[in-house]
Design a protein around this ligand. Structure first.
Ligand code: C5P
Length: 315
């Protein structure tokens, strides 16, 4: 493969996400849940560097993975079970590429938080390797592989560092991504309590739903997402709370007392709205502007409920 010197190593930033809306629309035969969600990337980033190394004489070159954990949260696997290594190995298997890589992941997004860190890292790894290894798969082909790695991975692939970060409505099990225009950045405070939640455990704690209830949810979910999308498109944020919501919040609350505790604390302040992101355990509030976010974050830090972030949506 003929690679120029400047293509031999590249670093990309992998953003976190928040779910401004998440509705469960039934359980599927494959064990996953059908959902409709509105996700927005935010400016908390992991960084991924990939340096190309040659193929071995008898097959694919080694994938050397190094993890630098820069956040005090649930440990992330530093071995081949990390989604970054799985993404790279699968991409090589599918394409027959035999180049190796030295990969360094700097983790700043807490895991077990519902912030999508692992999915974002995997999507970023696919984007990076696709370019650096000179594979140049088209986006739809990468998206199929991304969906095999995790339900949220296609969102980060489409809206990741290579193509510009943007909000999207995601459907199916999360892998059907419809981009969304937003008129202005949103400002957030995020609290990561001192416990992580497993996505599978939170989905597992959902109550069964009747088909009548599903029909009802489908109608109101489409309506809510429509209102939310048009409010974001107009940049009119004061009433966002009327349309926000996260169906996983009740299940997450049943699994950890921290969720209720953080919710109660957020209720005492003048956030535009607040809720759990994804399957938690991180909880966020929408603020009117950057100063509002910094002010509320300072008060929440005094409550000592875990890590407190002030951030805004990407572009
Ligand atoms: O796709 P991902 O690996 O992120 O999903 C983790 C777990 O979350 C799945 O094993 C499943 O238990 C649950 N899940 C689900 N329905 C979805 C997404 C995730 O039940 N749409």
């Amino acid at each position: 493969m003929n690679l120029r010197q400047n293509e031999q190593q590249r670093t990309l930033h992998a953003p976190a996400k928040l779910n401004l809306f998440l509705e469960i629309l039934g359980r599927r035969d494959d064990g996953y849940h059908e959902l409709e969600t509105l996700m927005m990337p935010v400016r908390i980033f992991d960084s991924l560097t990939l340096q190309i190394t040659p193929a071995s004489s008898n097959g694919p070159g080694p994938l050397v993975f190094r993890l630098r954990q820069q956040v005090a949260s649930n440990p992330v696997p530093a071995d081949r079970t990390n989604l970054v290594v799985q993404a790279l190995e699968r991409l090589r298997q599918r394409t027959g590429c035999e180049l190796g890589a030295k990969v360094e992941l700097v983790k700043r997004i807490p895991s077990g938080a519902g912030l999508g860190g692992g999915s974002s890292d995997a999507a970023t790894a696919l984007s990076l390797a696709n370019a650096v290894w000179g594979i140049h798969w088209p986006p739809h082909q990468l998206a199929k592989l991304a969906a095999e790695l995790g339900s949220d991975v296609p969102f980060f692939l489409k809206h990741g560092a290579l193509l510009g970060h943007g909000a999207a409505v995601c459907r199916g099990r999360g892998e059907q991504v419809e981009p969304l225009a937003t008129a202005r950045p949103l400002h957030f405070v995020i609290v990561m309590p001192p416990i992580a939640l497993s996505t599978a455990a939170v989905y597992g704690a959902l109550e069964a739903i009747s088909s009548r209830e599903i029909d009802k949810r489908i109608r109101s979910s489409h309506l809510q997402v429509g209102h939310l999308a048009s409010a974001l498109g107009r940049g009119s944020i004061n009433n966002l709370g009327r349309w926000m919501g996260n169906r996983l919040q009740t299940a997450a609350k049943a699994l950890s007392p921290w969720i209720g505790r953080v919710q109660t604390a957020f209720s005492q302040f003048d956030f535009i709205s607040h809720q759990l992101t994804g399957s938690g355990s991180a909880y966020f509030g929408v603020c009117r502007h950057a100063h509002h976010a910094r002010r509320l974050a300072a008060v929440l830090r005094n409550r000592q409920m875990g890590l407190v972030y002030v951030t805004r949506s990407c572009r």
